[in-house]
Design a protein around this ligand. Sequence first.
Ligand code: XIL
Length: 405
Amino acid sequence: MHPSATAHPPTPAPTPALVMMKLIKKLVLTIVCCLLLSAGTKPNEPTLKEAFAGKFLIGAAITISQVLGVDASAAEIVKKQFNAIVPENCMKSIYLQPKEGVFHFDEADKFVAFGEINNLWITGHCLIWHSQTPAWFFRDKNGNDVSREVLIERMRNHIKTVVSRYKGRIKGWDVVNEAITDDGSWRQSKFYKIIGEDFIPLAFQFAHEADPDAELYYNDYSTAIAAKCKSIVNLVKAIRGKNLRIDAVGMQGHLSMDFPAIADFERSLLAFSASGVKVMITELDLTVLPLPQHFAGADVSAKFDFKNKLNPYSNGLPKDIELKQQKRYVAFFKLFLKHQDKISRVTLWGVTDNNSWRNNWPISGRTDYALLFDRNFQPKPIVNKIIQLTKQSSASPPTMHGAQR
Ligand code: XIL
């Protein structure tokens, strides 16, 4: 027989009080564990807008389903995390004035009201663009191109009607979008072909007449390309040379994993700033998907056929790609923070990966992971990484821009 079998008296049956004590002990332990665990997920971390307060505005492009509360979870993210909005589509001329003189303001009105109720800086996008402009804009009743005078008049009427409707409420306008091509030449749009390069200063003039207090911007993609940057700088100088208002250049941030090089992006950012305007990083997203060779930028008319091999992450993003993307996002945000005194706003082009246009452009029907919030409306780990960066960045000297506006 084992000695211990007789060495101890049998354990007494637990009393109800003892059971109760044990249960309480267990409960307390569970609560402490939960608290420790949740501390690991940092519930007290600031939101994005809190983290960037005093540096620059942090915004998102939003859809009408978010405005209407159909995509309610994404709308909640906007209210909680961002302090600026821009309409992804509803203020483009094809929606605002689909027929000459027939304006549809219903959705745009609701978008603006959403911004006001939630105390968000509202940017209008966009007044003059070669894309998503209705065909009638450029045609006479016989289907021929209108004259220069008629097109200028149509531009004036569109800009005046839209900008004055939201006078004092929309704080800044993308007045002209994408007028310069990647090689630095003028885009051969209908506006350019019919009016000539004057269409740009004219648009700025009309917008300023309609709301003298509104900020006015020129917005374009692939601005890191040296030739394109140079032409935009010349354009800014030309607009300023005519004593017209231009407040900022919007550098669309449609990034991919290897374009543009950060150094090129920084060089352009500095060049725009040196031309006497603020810089805004507009339309920020970062695709992880393969792109056709030599394709970069954000030409909305680009379209390629769907192939399974071009849609490699439909069942989830592999960890190594996620980390690579995080590294690139971090590098860009470090750059933005480094130049926070020159930047007035950074805006993501969408809220969650669900509704990013990158899923359907330049190839339709893919699964991309380009934004900061995932398909379950949760912040991705990159959000916390970005927030940590803001704590390391040295405080900028007080400026009249960013969240202080
Ligand atoms: C895109 C929208 O995200 C899409 O929903 C729409 O189908 C096409 O336009 N540059 C711009 C934006 O200035 O207006 C574009 O938005 C993306 C590229």
